[in-house]
Design a protein around this ligand. Structure first.
Ligand code: AR6
Length: 190
């Protein structure tokens, strides 16, 4: 399979996937798969703070000073610092604990709350990483359904300013899983 982007239309918006580094996306916002402490970390979180510079962490510290922690499934927004994206939406996915601990509900919430925040700030385009499927261990073949369904539901239901959602997959295996899932959704719609 090639690395070509795949996309579908949902309502008046476009949902697509692409392979690459989310820190290079020029959408209005990129979403960070952070942790509840918001002090940075490894994976995509580390990459975003490295690429975006120290102002993002400064803003995260102010948020944590106000609300102590960011609960799993919630989202907050900072400016994008040196990134091409104007904003970073920080959310926290669940740690995989076998599937019986409400992981799917919390993962769907992380996507939905990020999109709600984007819409509340009148943003038109948002990029997501594959939340929870790295360090947090959520199996990609299960996370992909939750992720795409949550995004599609949001775009279908709301009269949102968000017109473009891109899921940016870093490694080829994750890209292939998302690609197959999106093609399946597309073929069912026809
Ligand atoms: N662009 C897009 N995706 C990326 C990038 C990038 N630059 N770098 C990694 N990924 P992870 P999680 C992919 O571990 O599972 C952090 O330490 C990666 O290949 O970043 O939600 C936080 O501080 C994987 O497919 O996030 C938390 O403590 C996906 O992003 C914890 O990890 C998510 O992997 C969160 O774990």
């Amino acid at each position: 399979m090639g690395d070509n982007a795949v996309g579908i239309a949902v309502n008046r918006a476009k949902l697509s996937i692409t392979r690459g580094d989310i820190t290079r996306q020029a959408t209005d916002a990129i979403v960070n798969a952070a942790n509840s402490g918001l002090m940075g970390g490894g994976g995509v979180d580390g990459a975003i703070h490295r690429a975006g510079g120290p102002t993002i962490l400064e803003e995260c510290k102010q948020i944590i000073a106000r609300q102590r922690r960011l609960p799993i499934g919630q989202a907050v927004m900072t400016a994008g610092g040196n990134l091409s994206a104007k904003y970073v939406i920080h959310t926290v996915g669940p740690v995989w604990g076998g599937g019986g601990k409400g992981e799917a509900t919390l993962l769907a919430s992380a996507y939905r709350e990020s999109l709600k925040l984007a819409a509340a700030n009148k943003l038109a385009s948002v990029s997501f990483p594959s939340i929870s499927t790295g360090v947090y261990g959520y199996p990609v073949d299960q996370a992909v359904r939750v992720a795409l369904e949550a995004i599609i539901l949001f775009l279908q239901k709301s009269t949102t300013t968000v017109k473009e959602v891109v899921v940016v997959l870093f490694d080829s295996r994750t890209f292939d899983v998302y690609s197959e899932a999106l093609k399946e959704i597309e073929s069912k719609e026809k």
